[in-house]
Design a protein around this ligand. Sequence first.
Ligand code: SPV
Ligand code: MG
Length: 432
Amino acid sequence: MKKVYTCFCTDVIHAGHLNIINNALKYGEVTVGALTDEELIRYNKFPILSLEERIRLYQQIPGVSRVVVQSSMHYDEIVKELKPDYVIHGDNWKEGAASVIREQLIRTLKEYGGELIEIPYTWDETVEKIDTIQKEKLAMPEYRRKRLKQLIKICPIVKTIEAHSGLTGLIAEKTVVDTGDGKLDQFDAMWVSSLCDSTAKGKPDIELVDMTSRFRTIDDIMEVTTKPIIFDGDTGGLTEHFVYTVRSLERMGVSAIIIEDKTGLKKNSLFGTEVKQTQDTIENFCAKISAGKKIKLTDDFMIIARIESLILEQGMDDALTRAKAYVAAGADGIMIHSRKKDPAEILTFCDAFRREDKETPIVVVPSSFNTITNEELASHGVNIVIYANQLTRSAFPAMQQTATDILRYHRAKEVDDRLMPIKQIITLINEL
Ligand code: SPV
Ligand code: MG
């Protein structure tokens, strides 16, 4: 009996998959590979079923002899191990990002005389509908909300970028980069920054933009994206108000709120000690965390405590003492912030915190200490990295320069080659 291999990265079996299996059976005994969660995420196919559930699903397909785990989108490793006589795949991967995977597979098969069989890809209305439903499901509150906790478990570090509008949400959702080794990468989550949400409205970052308005921003982002949202909740306000915020965010499908241990008039942390900022007492802040924890209804929603001790120059011991207290009060994660250019104090904190607490997720925002890479942060136990304001900071000077130049030249011709072509901008947004 010849050996046939195919790999699935789906949560739903439709006519297209059955067609592949039926064709594969003509050549021999069929093994199906189930792609790992980590690889699916890098290719923007966030799994709704767990790997175990997907394995069981594939095992139930008539004609499938066994299911194995494929741990890379590239077939080299699995093909070298299984040495199938045939690998079968739809013919829809000759172009685009997946073509690199195809070419590499052909080279590997050649080494021992294996063969690639490509069959016409099934694309009809039913398949299209199933595909759309799967994608749309991810935007629903119950799927979106739990996705952050899932990502923390799966990813070495959850890469998060700021979004403050539908358009920036789309950038966070759709920006994919080819990492050069035939792999793709993208952002995992979105940060609704108080700084950028306020700035976009032309307001200072002092908790002036009210919750109704901030929820409207979230709604705009949610309408056009599926990725999970981390909400910048500033100080969380009065505890009596904070519990309502938690309820609303959780119901909307937001995954986490981060609140900072400051009280009184909030100023942006990046001002540090240049402006008057007051840190809350440990007791008050713990009470706020506990109240939020008590009111939330799901295990998915996270309340993350942000420590301002380093920002306010209160020292490392204070930061660590507070971290411990906030976790004891029920915080689902810790954010440690710094405005130093050198990441040393952040890393010292992370290492010390991790020596005692291996589990509680750590969040960092490397706006000032921007030389450090995601990988370095992950190696110090950081779980979520937030690129908190770079989209706003790149867009603002570009727009300002354009406005200045139109005034200077009395026309728009001189700025035109810096602009996105009109044709491109009107096709940027997909219609339903
Ligand atoms: C934000 O993005 O609004 C933040 C991060 O809170 S920072 O601006 O660095 O304080
Ligand atoms: Mg903020």
